[in-house]
Ligand binder design. Structure first.
Ligand code: ARG
Length: 566
């Protein structure tokens, strides 16, 4: 595909000897609207060397550059040189490229030979998998897909919270009050009940705390009874979680959670000791981070048990040795900013230069309109229930609008789930937001169903018009404003993917495919596509094909299905 930006740079390079490619690239701007051109080059920076006013330089440059194959117009305006891409060339290069690359359009080999770990979701065993977990789960899944599409080898890790003192509590509680059959009939709710009861009884009887500590130590010592109970709780919880992953179509390469590192921690502690980083503080062992403006990192408690931080350090070292990652990404809520800063600092102090390749990708909070988000108070909204409710509401909408639709059940699932994911990925991840049912499930405006519907509409046009990808097309027939606007958006798609990978921001893609869908629907409403004139029809259908292909790829990168009908 022609890279018009580089064409601009090449042209300017010939005229301005004292600026190199990178300097020109940095100066180039994209004007706020297309009637000012596709690229604009400001000339202020040249005034000193040329000893002329910026506006005269712009005028002279524009004069020297006119008459070029790739640009229909190169003109000066005040102190800028504006470049207008040749629409014909643009249409041809974009549509041909999409026809050749199909669902690979926008992919690259940027990451060839490099491994990126994306750690995401990571719920805690025996605790509810609730609406608060949705963000890490869908942002992480999308990032994994974006990296893969950009040529990286990706490893998706679910760092399950399957270790720690809470298991001491659960084991004690189970031994006192638990019954297997009851728990197995409704694992998470029942385990949560035990946990809540244990916590409240501890308030009356503080000795229970020691008991819990004892059982966690026993677990670390590999006591058979403790181990069996822990394994059982992990298995039944994971079974629950997997239902949600199935609904969301998410797969992990590894479920190595916190427990996986239990035998890898003595080495870390020894290493910290040898490197002179570990100090004693009230019987516990810590790494002092005062010099970096942070509270100390707690490595080992006075009773000898290890902590969340210790496990993260061990996990990072293990991952480097095992996967030799290029980047090790953690999609975890911004509440844990300090935790990540702190242990990453410890890894750096240990002398590991790859500490800077460990990247915390934080995100803001999600709340419900009626404010019912609080695990501690037991007011939990299960993610599975939200997803099922989305599917059910979609089913109702389909029954009203399109009762004879084939595969209704499957499509209700794809649209309902897609709607939830889409809303999740619609905003910059760091922003807090309020989950809203009506907005999520609307078929209008900036929603998942709207984009999916546009895809289905495009698909049915291609079928109706007997689109053949091998037809020769006269691209010169595509010249109205909507056609050109769609084409520009399609042209920018690869860059959007690059940016979303570079910034770990799936929402660039979400916004972009919404724009494509809006522009396409405008076109659809103003222009008949299946027309008598065969040549015109072929040309228009090839634009429809390109649009449909890019929307589908975009949705897929977000983790959303694109049904052909809905
Ligand atoms: N299980 C933790 C929680 O639910 C999240 C784990 C984040 N990942 C990590 N490597 N610390 O809060």
């Amino acid at each position: 595909m022609i890279d018009f930006k580089y064409k601009v740079i090449d042209l300017l390079k010939e005229q301005i000897e004292f600026l190199d490619e990178d300097e020109i690239k940095l100066l180039l701007e994209v004007p706020p609207s297309y009637d000012m051109g596709d690229y604009a080059f400001p000339t202020f920076r040249l005034a000193k060397e040329f000893k002329k006013s910026p506006s005269i330089i712009a005028e002279e440059l524009a004069g020297a550059l006119s008459g070029n194959d790739y640009f229909e117009k190169i003109e000066s305006s005040a102190s800028y040189v504006n470049f207008f891409i040749d629409k014909q060339k643009l249409m041809e290069t974009v549509l041909d490229e999409i026809k050749i690359k199909k669902d690979k359009y926008g992919s690259s080999d940027l990451g060839e030979g490099k491994t990126v770990i994306v750690e995401f979701s990571s719920p805690n065993i025996a605790k509810p998998f609730h609406i608060g977990h949705i963000r890490t789960t869908v942002i992480g899944n999308s990032l994994k897909k974006i990296y893969k599409f950009s040529g990286y080898n990706t490893i998706a890790i679910n760092h399950l919270g399957d270790y720690g003192t809470q298991f001491g509590m659960l084991i004690s509680a189970f031994k006192k009050w638990g019954h297997r059959e009851v728990i197995e009939s409704n694992p998470i709710q029942e385990l949560l009940k035990l946990y809540v009861r244990f916590n409240s009884e501890t308030e009356e009887d503080p000795a229970l705390k020691d008991e819990a500590r004892y059982w966690f130590k026993e677990l670390e010592n590999k006591n058979a009874e403790a181990l069996e109970l822990w394994q059982w709780m992990r298995d039944i919880s994971l079974k629950e979680f997997n239902r949600v992953y199935d609904l969301l179509n998410i797969e992990f390469d590894s479920f190595a959670g916190e427990s996986f590192y239990s035998d890898k921690m003595p080495r870390v502690i020894k290493e910290l000791e040898e490197k002179g980083l570990l100090i004693e503080s009230n019987g516990a062992q810590i790494v002092d981070l005062e010099a970096y403006g942070m509270p100390p990192a707690l490595i080992r408690k006075s009773d000898g048990s290890t902590l969340y931080t210790t496990r993260d350090i061990a996990a990072a070292i293990y991952r480097k040795e095992h996967y030799d990652f290029y980047k090790n990404i953690y999609v975890v809520a911004s509440q844990q900013n300090l935790h990540f800063k702190s242990w990453m600092k410890v890894v750096e102090l240990m002398g590991y230069d790859w500490a800077i390749d460990c990247i915390h990708v934080p995100f803001g909070m999600v709340s419900l309109e009626d404010g019912t988000l609080s695990t501690r108070k037991g007011r939990v909204v299960f993610l599975e229930d939200v997803l099922n409710k989305a599917i059910e509401s979609t089913r109702k909408i389909i029954d009203e609008r399109n009762p004879n639709l084939e595969n209704k059940e499957e499509i209700a699932e794809q649209v309902g789930i897609g709607a939830v994911i889409f809303q999740e990925l619609f905003n910059q991840r760091i922003k807090d937001y309020v989950f809203n049912w009506d907005r999520t499930l609307s078929f209008e405006g900036e929603t998942g169903p709207y984009v999916q519907y546009t895809h289905a509409r495009a698909t049915s046009l291609l079928e109706k018009g007997d689109f053949d990808i091998n037809d020769k097309v006269q691209y010169s027939l595509l010249n109205n404003e909507e056609e050109i606007n769609i084409c520009r958006l399609l042209y920018n798609f690869p860059r959007i993917i690059y940016d979303s990978c570079d910034k770990n921001e799936p929402y660039f893609i979400t916004r972009h495919i919404v724009e494509i869908a809006k522009e396409f629907n405008k076109y659809y409403n103003s222009t008949s596509i299946i027309v008598e004139d065969e040549e015109l029809k072929k040309a228009r259908l090839s634009l429809v094909y390109a649009t449909k292909t890019v929307i589908k790829t975009g949705l897929e990168l977000l983790g959303i299905k694109a049904p052909s009908r809905m």
